[in-house]
Ligand binder design. Structure first.
Ligand code: NAD
Length: 320
């Protein structure tokens, strides 16, 4: 008999990629709970529900009644992606971030206490570690948490809640902290899609500050494989970093994408830097590689080309 997995936030960027990963590579039945915020992909969900392995619940993880609908069986695991995820929005107003990222995670943990799942993988971010100077080594799982913006502060808060439920109640929990993802289904508001769509419209491409902020990019499919391997073989109570080892300045990423699109560098427009902008992220994934044998399969250049091609296709299909 097939077993069940619950995916929160399965209509978002990484959640949706993870659903497709599960459908392709496993035989799990999948329940998705997602409140379908502006960041979600309802049309993809509509396509997916014709698959007998998919059950979709439109529900909010901060609402116990919605969660109760999902908790009608014992899951092999809950993969918890649901979050408000855009740093700029959190700087404007953090209300929804506090509700979903902290309160929502708390509600899920309370349901886990009732025994609805054998384990939960809490998807967090390298942003909880704060920022690095150029000469500092990448974040390890031992790096102290030091978030610098409301988004990362709410993620760090949820990490601490998860940790406390492991320590206090011995709940079967694992935390993952991943670097910046890119790939299909990423929302237009995020850095790489913003570059692509601005350039396709021949509009100025905004670059914060001097553009020398460094991000460590990971292709979403490699992230999904890492999460699944942590779900299957990870040690409960542990934190696993997942990084791409692709440290790039924002400016070099913009230039590379403009080049792929055949657009001139003159589209670049420097704008006022983001408040509390972290200068550099870099993540050390040695633990994941050593303990679980995870390796990246996509190179930066290849994955970026695929991502740009995917967005061009969407741009042409939907006049985005
Ligand atoms: P996303 O914003 O694209 O998707 C989030 C999904 O969660 C959406 O479908 C949304 O409708 C849903 N959601 C939001 N609030 C909800 C609520 N209260 N109840 C139910 N569903 C709700 O985010 P993403 O980029 O796919 O990120 C997924 C997870 O991965 C997040 O926890 C994020 O912090 C983490 N993460 C993302 C990145 C990245 O680069 N995108 C990197 C590291 C970690």
């Amino acid at each position: 008999m097939s077993k069940d997995i619950l995916v929160t936030g399965g209509a978002g960027f990484i959640g949706l990629n993870f659903i497709y990963y599960l459908l392709k590579n496993t035989s799990y039945n999948i329940t998705i709970i997602d409140s379908l915020t502006y960041a979600s992909h309802p049309k993809e969900i509509f396509k997916l529900i014709s698959d007998s392995r998919i059950r979709f619940i439109k529900g909010n993880i901060t609402n116990d009644k919605d969660l109760q609908i999902a908790m009608d069986r014992k899951y092999e695991g809950i993969i918890h992606f649901a979050a408000e995820s855009h740093v700029d929005k959190s700087i404007e107003n953090a209300d929804d971030f506090i509700q979903t990222n902290i309160v929502g995670t708390y509600h899920l943990l309370q349901h886990l206490l009732k025994g609805y799942a054998k384990k939960m993988i809490h998807i967090s971010t390298d942003e909880v570690y704060g920022t690095l100077k150029t000469n500092q080594p990448p974040f390890t799982e031992e790096t102290p948490i030091s978030p610098n913006n409301p988004y990362s502060a709410t993620k760090a808060s949820s990490d601490l809640l998860v940790r406390s439920y492991y320590e206090t109640y011995k709940l079967p929990l694992i935390i993952t902290r991943c670097s910046n993802n890119f790939g299909p289904f990423q929302h237009k508001e995020k850095f790489i899609p913003t570059i692509i769509y601005s350039a396709l419209h021949n509009k100025k491409v905004p670059v914060y500050g001097d553009g020398m902020q460094i991000r460590d990019w990971l292709f979403v499919e490699d992230h999904c494989r890492a999460i699944f391997s942590i779900f299957e073989k990870g040690t409960l109570g542990e934190v696993y970093n997942i990084g791409g080892g692709n440290e790039k300045t924002n400016l070099s990423t913009v230039r590379q994408i403009l080049n792929l699109l055949g657009k001139p560098d003159s589209l670049i427009e420097y704008v006022e830097d983001r408040k509390g902008h972290d200068r550099r992220y870099a993540i050390d994934s040695t633990k994941l590689q050593r303990e679980l044998g995870w390796v990246q399969t996509f190179s930066w250049d290849q994955a970026l080309e695929e991502t740009v091609a995917w967005h061009i296709k969407k741009f042409k299909e939907h006049s985005l």
